[in-house]
Design a protein around this ligand. Structure first.
Ligand code: ATP
Ligand code: MG
Length: 488
């Protein structure tokens, strides 16, 4: 080990990364005086975990996104700890700790609603990938995982009856752990022992240069785990880093490998891409690298056919408002996101149904089911999101009904708020009369009596979402598109 300041020639170390024989087992160590990671920037819960491990005689490091984020001056969203203590040893140190994970056991140490993930150093090997199961899939409870661990708690390798690896605990040392990580900027270790940063891969210089560079041969690493391509987009969008050309160039060619990633895992990644404040930028990058067509094929096809169409405008304003909400710390849900992303294909399918005589709300609901059922083969969307999404979209025609007391019932519909937000988006995108959106904004501000006065003074409206007796004329005047320009 040798100690140096932060400005070292990382290329010397990095040059040989593709060749396992030349992998260094000696980190460059950046002393506390030469980097900005201070304990005051680390969550107290993470510090408690680090100190408890250290006091028990183990190595304890912060690693991954938290070190990277502090170095560039942003607040980490979570803190990951790496240690040479085994998962069972970690568990014995913390009362508030449980072991999770199928292939690899990780310790989750809980402090209120904050979880510090503690991972034992792992040697890289052929199947060194995260669990396939995404966290938002239904029915993947932790209880199930724990039960599985109870069955064979001491076995290192656990396979299911089809030979799929459920757990394979091959632990290692820090100088083995580093090579399984994705980007050099994510492979920096902050040592609680002396507050130094250990850098095996030139990550410190890459963070300074704001460069994302895969560790090892990019094509091999992308093939091992195609999700790394999505992570490249995410970090580029979120951190404003540029992609090193060698890391960037194979992506459009390898994007098709995303098709083989389990939909639940992609769902996790899509959420991180779109719901963490840089959705607009991420979306543009997904198009640029030819990845959108693998995640949202119907959307990509729709946008290619109508690049300046209404769905494209709605997507822009929808993602912009998503980023604004994220910046304001307001809640974000996949159901709204998917409605924004799938609006184009849903509109087309709804229009077709509407023109063959289906009532507008039904046309929309069925179109939603159609589009969602193909979409979930790529990126899963649990029913707890897809059902409210369908309700929200199918309510859109009801906004055209503004006369008579019955129209007020919409205000108390459980999905009103989301549907109203979506109406605002459509109005902003030019897909709806802004006056209609204004009317629904105003009515919410009125008292009960004023509301009644308002709806009783409205001229009676007749339209596909209005009185049921309206006679339908195929394609005739007065017909409105169900989603693009929803019927009354
Ligand atoms: P953030 O938490 O801001 O999303 P992160 O880099 O911490 O970013 P995590 O998903 O929390 O990302 O993963 C923690 C660390 O685990 C990463 O920094 C990286 O070192 C490693 N890692 C995660 N996913 C992969 C992967 N698919 N391939 C290789 N290493 C990975
Ligand atoms: Mg992280």
């Amino acid at each position: 080990m040798y100690y140096i300041g932060p400005r070292f020639d990382h290329k010397r170390t990095f040059f040989f990364l593709n060749d396992s024989l030349h992998r260094t087992h000696e980190p460059v160590i950046i002393g506390r005086a030469d980097h900005p990671v201070s304990r005051s920037l680390v969550a107290s819960s993470a510090l408690k975990v680090l100190y408890r491990l250290k006091d028990a005689g183990y190595q304890a490091f912060l690693v991954g996104g938290c070190v990277r984020d502090i170095l560039i001056g942003i607040t980490p969203k979570d803190f990951d700890v790496a240690t040479d203590a085994s998962p069972d040893e970690v568990r014995s140190l913390f009362r508030n700790c449980r072991l999770i994970g199928r292939r690899f056991r990780l310790a989750h140490v809980r402090f209120g609603d904050q979880i510090i993930e503690v991972a034992t150093f792992r040697a890289e090997h052929g199947d060194d990938l995260p669990d396939d199961e995404g966290s938002i899939e239904e029915g993947e409870g932790d209880a199930e995982i724990e039960a599985e661990l109870m069955v064979e708690p001491d076995d290192r390798r656990v396979q299911d009856d089809r030979g799929r690896l459920l757990r394979d605990n091959i632990y290692g040392s820090i100088d083995q752990d580093v090579w399984r990580r994705d980007f050099t900027c994510n492979a920096l270790y902050y040592n609680i022992q002396d507050f130094s940063i250990w850098d095996y891969v030139g990550g410190f210089a890459d963070v300074e240069a704001r460069v994302l560079r895969l560790i090892g041969d990019p094509e091999t690493r992308f093939r091992e785990d195609p999700v790394r391509m999505l992570r490249a987009v995410r970090f580029q969008a979120k951190l404003g880093f540029s992609l090193d050309p060698e890391t960037r160039d194979p992506i459009p060619r390898l994007a098709t490998l995303i098709d083989g990633v389990p939909p639940a895992r992609l769902a996790d990644e899509v959420q991180k891409l779109f719901l963490t404040g840089s959705a607009q930028r991420a979306f543009d990058l997904l198009i640029q690298y030819r990845m959108l067509e693998h995640l949202f094929p119907a959307t990509a096809a729709h946008l290619a056919a109508e690049p300046n169409g209404m769905a494209s405008r709605l997507l822009r304003v929808g993602l912009e408002s998503t980023d604004r909400r994220a910046a304001d710390g307001r809640s974000l849900t996949p159901m709204f996101l998917f409605a924004v992303l799938l609006f184009g294909p849903i509109s087309v399918a709804a229009q077709r149904r509407f023109e063959s005589g289906a009532p507008a709300n039904l046309a929309i609901a069925e179109a939603c089911d159609d589009v969602v059922s193909s979409q979930v083969r790529r990126v899963s969307l649990p029913k707890r999101f897809s059902i409210p999404m369908r309700e929200m979209l199918a309510l859109q025609p009801r906004f055209h009904r503004r006369s008579g007391r019955k129209s007020l019932a919409l205000l108390t519909h459980p999905r009103f708020r989301a549907a109203y937000d979506f109406l605002l988006l459509r109005a902003e995108a030019g897909a709806e009369d802004p006056e209609l959106a204004r009317w629904w904004t105003e009515i919410q501000e009125l008292s009960h009596d004023q509301r009644i006065e308002r709806v009783e003074s409205m001229p009676s409206d007749a339209g596909p979402g209005g009185p049921a007796k309206r006679r339908r004329r195929r394609g005739g005047r007065g017909r409105r598109k169900p989603a693009a320009n929803p019927p009354a």
